[in-house]
Design a protein around this ligand. Structure first.
Ligand SMILES: [Ca+2]
Length: 231
C-alpha cells in the first residue's frame, strides 16, 4: 500500500504541520488490486495544542484492506422471481415448484384423469406449453438453466423458444444457443444476447404430442447473468 499526504491551502509554505484553522490535508491510499481512496481532513481550531478535525470528505469506496466484495451466490437486485405456466397438470406440480431449490419437486403438465363409470382414464400430452419467470423490477440476464425430469411419460421437449417481455409483448431473444441435457435431472442451458426485462419465458413443444408420453417436467428453472443465478 502507498500512502501519500499533501497539505492544501490555509497555511503559508509546506512542511508545516496541520493544526491551524483552514489547514487541510489530503491523504491518498493506493494498493495493487484495489481502488484507491482519498480522504481530505480539515482543521478549524486549535485547543490545547491539538487540532480539531472539522470534517472529512472521502472519494473512492475501497480503502486498503477493504476490497470491493463480489457476492458469488447471485446477482441482480436481490428480488426473488415468481413463476407462471400455461398449464399445470396437478396441484403438486405448480410453477412455484421450479423455484424451491428442490430437484425432487417441479412444475409439470402431466395429468391423469382417472377412469369413471362412463369415461376411460385420460392422459394425453399437450402439443405445447410455456413457463415464465417474472420480477417486480427489470433484471439483466443472458442465459437460463432448466433442469428437466424425464422418464416414463416425461420427456425432454422437442423444441424450446426463449423470449422476454419488452414492455408490450414477448419478443424472441437473439442468438439463442441450447445445450441439451443427456439425462434426467441434468441442466439444459439456454444462452442468448443479454437482455434487461421483467419477464423471461420458455415456450416448449412436446416430443410426442397427443400421446401418453411427451409430458414435460422442470424441477428447477433459473435465469442467469454471466453464469450467476439471478434471484
Ligand atoms: Ca423444485
Amino acid at each position: 500500500m502507498i500512502v501519500q499526504s499533501a497539505p492544501q491551502g490555509g497555511g503559508q509554505g509546506g512542511g508545516r504541520a496541520a493544526g491551524r484553522p483552514g489547514d487541510r490535508i489530503t491523504v491518498t491510499a493506493t494498493s495493487p488490486g484495489l481502488r484507491g481512496a482519498q480522504v481530505t481532513l480539515g482543521s478549524v481550531a486549535v485547543r490545547g495544542g491539538r487540532a480539531t478535525v472539522a470534517g472529512a470528505a472521502v472519494a473512492g469506496a475501497a480503502v486498503a484492506g477493504a476490497p470491493v466484495s463480489r457476492e458469488p451466490a447471485h446477482s441482480g437486485s436481490g428480488q426473488e422471481p415468481t413463476a407462471d405456466a400455461s398449464y399445470s397438470g396437478a396441484p403438486g406440480t405448480v410453477p412455484a415448484a421450479m423455484l424451491d431449490g428442490d430437484q425432487s419437486t417441479g412444475w409439470s403438465n402431466y395429468y391423469h384423469k382417472a377412469q369413471t363409470a362412463n369415461l376411460l382414464a385420460v392422459s394425453v400430452s399437450n402439443p405445447s406449453d410455456w413457463v415464465a419467470l417474472s420480477w417486480p423490477q427489470p433484471q439483466s440476464f443472458d442465459s437460463a438453466v432448466a433442469y428437466f425430469t424425464t422418464g416414463g411419460p416425461l420427456a425432454l421437449p422437442a423444441t424450446i423458444a426463449v423470449s422476454y417481455w419488452d414492455g408490450r409483448e414477448y419478443v424472441p431473444v437473439r442468438n439463442l444457443v441450447i445445450d441439451w441435457a443427456t439425462a434426467s435431472g441434468q441442466p439444459i442451458t439456454l444462452t442468448f444476447d443479454p437482455v434487461r426485462s421483467t419477464r423471461l419465458r420458455l415456450d416448449m413443444t412436446s416430443a410426442a404430442p397427443g400421446t401418453g408420453a411427451g409430458f414435460l417436467m422442470i424441477a428447477e428453472l433459473q435465469a442467469r447473468s454471466n453464469g450467476v443465478k439471478i434471484r
